[in-house]
Write a protein that binds this ligand. Sequence first.
Ligand code: SF4
Length: 334
Amino acid sequence: MFHRSGELQEIFIDNDAKLLEKPAARQDAFAVRRAHFPDEMRFFAPGLKHYSIPEFEQKNPHAFLPISLTGAGCALDCDHCNKKILEPMIPLDPKEGLFSMCRKMAAGGTESVLISGGSTRTGEVPFMKHIGEIKRIREELGLKIIMHTGLVTDENEAAALKAAGVDGVAIDIIGANETIRDVYHLGATTEDYERSLALLSSYGLSLRPHVILGLHYGRFLGEYHALDMIARYPVHALIVVILTPMHDTKMWGVEPPPPPEVDRFFRQARVKMPDTSIMLGCARPLGDYKKVVDKMAVEAGLNGIAFPAEGIVEHAASLGLKPIFIENACSCGC
Ligand code: SF4
């Protein structure tokens, strides 16, 4: 586990973030939200996992389903994941094919899919050989598609995604070369992530970038740089998730980032991107940690939370936010 010195912490927080350390900072962030959005808070419950709280009973667990184009396979063994995020996804059956699988899902009530998968050695999800089927899924089945791309370095890929009519593109943005090297074991740089954003944006794709807080073994390192990069593009929504150490990964036993640092990022993001929807995604530690950061997310003026902890809907209502319940992923239903 890494421990942070006070000096190092200063390096990670830029000047704007320091300004937000005023006691009124949380109210400031909430005021920014109030000035730019209606008084509504969106709560998401995507499929695959049953979810029920007093205010929200999931009715269609198949409404949104994730598909892995590579099944359980991935050429990278990222220290925080070790391919584990692929496990709950529906593996592509190469014999049946993506289109046929999606046709069955649509017949079973599915309305949206995440098309994802493991990476190549160079950090890309190999979707191009399926692009024809992806287009047919959008056009003939009418399923909403969020495409998780990994790095996009080839203009043809961005053009193909646009021509396929995908509804949104999800991409993890990493803001520190050390994290790209040590956690992902990739030879890429932060410039490659920014180039991906630029390429996708230049084709008018609807971007839903993700930032993983604490990705560097629980430490904040490139998060604010990632935020700076994202803020330079007209993204549809920013999705914030939090490192959740998993069994059988090199990060098992690592402490997730301290909630006050998470709170500071929420507020900085809110102020930096005042009219962009910001969602707290489903990947975050459970239990008391979740209760604390969910409350912070509401108070910092974020727009939505996936699988909110108990009591959070009520808390949002107490701040004057009307709850909207959506049976979809936050990157899709936002
Ligand atoms: S590339 Fe993606 S699926 Fe593969 S190990 Fe890394 S985070 Fe997991």
